[in-house]
Each structure stands twice: as C-alpha cells, then as structure tokens.
Design a protein around this ligand. Sequence first.
Ligand code: AMP
Length: 439
Amino acid sequence: MTFSDLGLSPALVKAVAEKGYTKPSPIQEKAIPHILEGKDLLASAQTGTGKTAGFTLPVLQYLTDTKHPKYRPLRALVLTPTRELAAQVYDNVREYSKYANIKSAVVFGGVNAKPQIATLKRGVDILVATPGRLLDLHDQKALSFKRVDVLILDEADRMLDMGFVRDINKIISFMPAKRQNLLFSATFSNDIKKLAAGILKNPVSVEAEPQNSTAKKVTHKVYKVDKKKKTEFTIKLIKDGNWNQVLIFTRTKHGANRLTQNLIKAKISAAAIHGNKSQGARTKALKNFKENSIRILVATDIAARGLDIPLLPHVINYELPNVPEDYVHRIGRTGRAGAAGEAISLVCSEETEYQNEIEKLLKEKLESNIVKGFEPTDTAPPKRAATQSKGSFGKKKKGGNSDSSNQNKPKRKPHFKGNKPAGAASGRGRTGAPKKKRF
Ligand code: AMP
C-alpha cells in the first residue's frame, strides 16, 4: 500500500516522500480512505502512530479538490489541547501542503494575538488552534466558523481533562450543522463517549497501534522507594545506567522544577516543561532534549501530552499519576527501534493505592523491587509484598539529594475516568472492539 494507492494527489505524495515516509502507517491506511469518502471518524490513536498525517493528508486533499471563494473562508479546523501540539500539527500541515495551493495558520494563547488576527484576515483554508485563543479571536471577529466543513478534534481526551468541553461546544455552535467530524483520542472515558456521541454522525471507528511495534515490548518496573530518597534514587538510576535520554514525569510543576534543579546540581543536564514555563522555554527544552544537548526532560503529564517526543529507552515515573490512564500515556513514550523500553516507577508507601489502580487498569501486576538503602520507611505500609532486588545498586549514600517536601503528596483517591484506556464506542450504535494492550 502506498500513499498514492490511498487516493492522495501527487502534490501530497511528493511532500510526504520528502518527509521520508515510505508507506502509510496503519492508522493512515485505515483512516484516510474513510475521511476521503467524507465520513465521520472516531479514531483511537495516540502520539507516535502517525495520526496527524492520518487526518491532515485527506483533509488537505479535500481542500484542494473543492473550490473555495477568493477570500478563502476557513473550511477546516483542527482543535488541539496544548500550544505545543497546535504548533506541531501546524508544522505538519505546512510541510504536507508544501506543493498544494493551501493556506494554513495556527493560533494559540500565550503569544501576541495581533499577527494571528492579521493572518486570519488574509484568508486561511485550514486552521490549527487551541480552544481558548480561538474563541477570543472569534469574539473579536477575526474569523468566522460559518464555512467550516471539516472539524478535527485531536487528543480529545486531553481536551476534556483540561476543561475545554464548554469551549468546544461553543465553537461547534457557530459551525454549520452539515460538516465532517473527526475525533482522535488515546483513551475512551464515558465523557469522551458522550462528547463523541454529541458530535459525530454515524462514525467509522478505527484503532491504531503505535507505529513502533517495539512499544509493545515495554517492561514495567516498580521500585518501592522511601519518599525522601526518590531524588537520590533517580540520580543513581541515571548515573549507574549511564542513561542519556530520559523522560521523567512528576505530578506537579513544583516537583518538576525541584527535581530538575537537583539533577543539575548532581551534574546531570536537565530541563523541565510544564504549564508555568513560557512557550519559548518549553520549545527550547524539547529541542535540546531531542538534539541530545540535555539528558533529562522532566515533565508534568499535561505538558508532555501530545508532544512529538521520540520513543525513548527509559521513562521514569518519579511519582505515579493519580489518574491511571495517564500511566498508559506516559509509558507510551518508551521503546525504540530494535530495543525494548523500560518504564520505571518510583513508588512510596502512600502511592501504593495508585499502583493498585494502575494494575487494575492494565490487568497486570507490576514487578516490584526494593533496593537496599532506599527502602520505604514512610508510615503507611505498602499493601503489597515486594521482592528484594539484588540489583546493582550500592549502599545508601550519605548526604545525597533528598526530596523531603510533601508537595507531591497524593491528595485525592485515584479514580477511573472511564472503563478502559481504549476501546471506542461512539454512542451511536457503533461499539469499538476492546482495545489491544499497547505494551
Ligand atoms: P504523530 O503520531 O502524528 O505525532 O506522528 C509521529 C511521528 O511519525 C512524526 O514524527 C511523523 O513525522 C512520523 N510519521 C507519520 N507518518 C509516517 C509514515 N507514514 N512513515 C514514517 N513516519 C511517519
């Protein structure tokens, strides 16, 4: 199967060839024909599957095939949860439409709106946007949704997590009722199903496995660690393993900052990305990490979501997420060509309940280890027995970095946002098959 076989024009095929894509990814193969037919689509796909080209290419094809008035009203809108994802999707749109006569733009908050308004006034065929800024611009009459005939919701689950549901519904209320809708999501909670049911009409459901099949080879490892020694333990893991590209997740922005500072103190180059960082700082951190000029990227879940972070050999959960599905998103970053990935979680006693919830979701017990010198000493005893590791870790270091703050103390009981991490049901009589495990 080639991109031409899928019905894409030579202009688009040439652009993807220049990107180095030799054949469509599974999600592209499944989704593109339906989108070209004008059908609504409910896609279960996370970052790394090639989902962006999966919706962008057929939409670009549609936009080039159909006539537009001279003033180029907005005809396709891609909504994304984060600024980074918007920028990334837009980069793809621009690259794929290099040889097509298409005008595209991106708008998101945190930057000056004036140039965005000027661009929109000149006419745009396809716009990538985050919901808040888009509504602001709409309120300022910088654009109209009246001619939109394709709406794409990318990472819809995260948009709901971030509280964008009202904004999305408001944006949709300005659009013509007759339009094509494409919804992409990595997980399918009841809220997502409800959103999908309200937006999609007789959708086709498609599912994607991550493009890199080794992502399925991810091994999960839990270290039961004293909360105060997590930083010291993290440094030890990185140094002993001589790891050079590690993504570390923390639950809070403060936690991310503190850990980053401690890593730097320990002479491990690191940067943090989270919601309090400026757009420029986030972009720079990600670029440096991708280019290997820093070893460690410390991220909160929201900041990491949707980023085109390469698949990595190691992901460390410095703290477990309190939403079990976030664990699935996090470990989706592990694995790389020809090698198995490792998802390591540092679990202190008070996080045991989170681990239980994650295991329930995965339907799998995570291998637990305790390393001498780092044993949990917290008051709440772990619920599960853990096995003693005879690993390569040495004795307790005196005076190492310790993280004694209770900043990251879990405050609420873990909860499920849905039934399963995936397994799509549209709510319109179409039930998705249970999702295969990704790891
Ligand atoms: P996405 O899941 O859309 O974020 O894409 C993940 C990565 O895969 C991006 O770096 C894309 O450039 C790349 N990609 C998308 N489609 C293909 C393809 N057919 N062949 C090779 N790489 C691809």
